[in-house]
Design a protein around this ligand. Structure first.
Ligand code: CP
Length: 309
């Protein structure tokens, strides 16, 4: 069957490609895979499978977690940089997607543009995974939810505060609020709110307050991200001044619930979006969060790449 004509092929373009039931099952499987890996139990469920990994942007966590994850599941991961492939020399996405689909069992893409992921998915006959675009970072949210569940139990009904830019991470938290049924309070500077359509679809669970102290009030989790993402380096100085009142510091954490957690997808800038006292303090779970990229993505890879029993 030719690429583009495979109605049963599942993708992860955003979290909303999953149902709530599937997303919850993925988190449970991620926790089980973590236990199995730590216990040294055989879990090579993707033996003989290959994942193509296209990185248009740099990465530490995403690359290492996908590559190690495929290895631990008994499969293989191929690092594909556009600089070293014909993608970087103008081969159309449609052709690249069709060709890769004939050779690998899944395609992972980190790119500046959500449209690239959408077009790959349209022409690929194997699952396509969004590993970060300008719009979404769904794999990070799977790890974040896993981390909260591990530390605090079910996320349903919890209150989460997003403080900072209304960026791809904020968009994914909004989608996660829909899927996992939690309350999300967003504090961002005027003019840096999340996309209106993404927010509107979850407006029964999300509220934009603009005031970081108000967003943090009673929260079970406080999360933030860098103030200037990759590709926004030219805006860095302007953003630093504008976002300064949105730093997550001890005063913000004091507004949250007593046992509130702090998360950051990393890399972080201490003294900018988060104080060193918070990210290196007792409420921070950023290292568990980073590790859980591995386990959550292994659950996702199994879900998408494993043949039906
Ligand atoms: N959080 C995250 O996606 O990290 P990398 O940019 O290192 O992959």
């Amino acid at each position: 069957m030719d690429a583009g004509h495979t109605p049963h092929c599942r993708h992860l373009r955003s979290l909303l490609d999953l149902s709530s039931e599937e997303a919850r099952a993925l988190i449970a499987r991620a926790i089980e895979l973590k236990r199995m890996q730590r216990a040294g139990e055989d879990h090579r469920t993707l033996a003989g499978k290959a994942l193509g990994m296209i990185f248009e942007k740099s990465s530490t966590r995403t690359r290492v977690s996908f590559e190690t994850g495929m290895f631990q599941l008994g499969g293989h991961a191929l690092f594909l940089s556009p600089r070293d492939t014909q993608l970087g020399r103008g081969e159309p996405i449609e052709d690249s997607a069709r060709v890769l689909s004939r050779m690998v069992d899944g395609i992972m893409i980190r790119t500046f543009d959500q449209e690239t992921v959408e077009r790959f998915a349209e022409y690929s006959s194997v699952p396509v995974i969004n590993a970060l675009t300008d719009r979404f970072h769904p794999c990070q949210l799977l790890a974040d939810v896993q981390t909260l569940v591990e530390h605090r139990g079910d996320i349903r009904g919890k209150r989460v505060a997003w403080i900072g830019d209304g960026n791809n991470m904020c968009h994914s938290f909004i989608n996660a609020a829909r899927l996992f049924d939690f309350e999300l309070r967003i504090a961002c500077p005027e003019g840096y709110a999340p996309d209106g359509a993404i927010y509107a679809a979850a407006s029964d669970r999300c509220i934009i307050v603009h005031d970081p102290a108000k967003a943090a009030e009673g929260a079970d989790l406080i999360a933030t991200d860098v103030w200037a993402s990759m590709g926004q380096e030219d805006e860095q100085a302007h953003r630093q001044a504008l976002f300064a009142p949105f730093q997550v510091d001890d005063a913000i954490m004091a507004r949250a619930a007593k046992d509130a957690l702090f998360m950051h997808c990393l890399p972080a800038h201490r003294g900018e979006e988060v104080s060193a006292s918070v990210i290196d303090g007792p409420q921070s779970v950023v290292w568990d969060e980073a590790e859980n990229r591995l386990h959550a993505q292994k659950a996702l890879l199994e879900f998408l790449l494993r043949p039906a029993a």
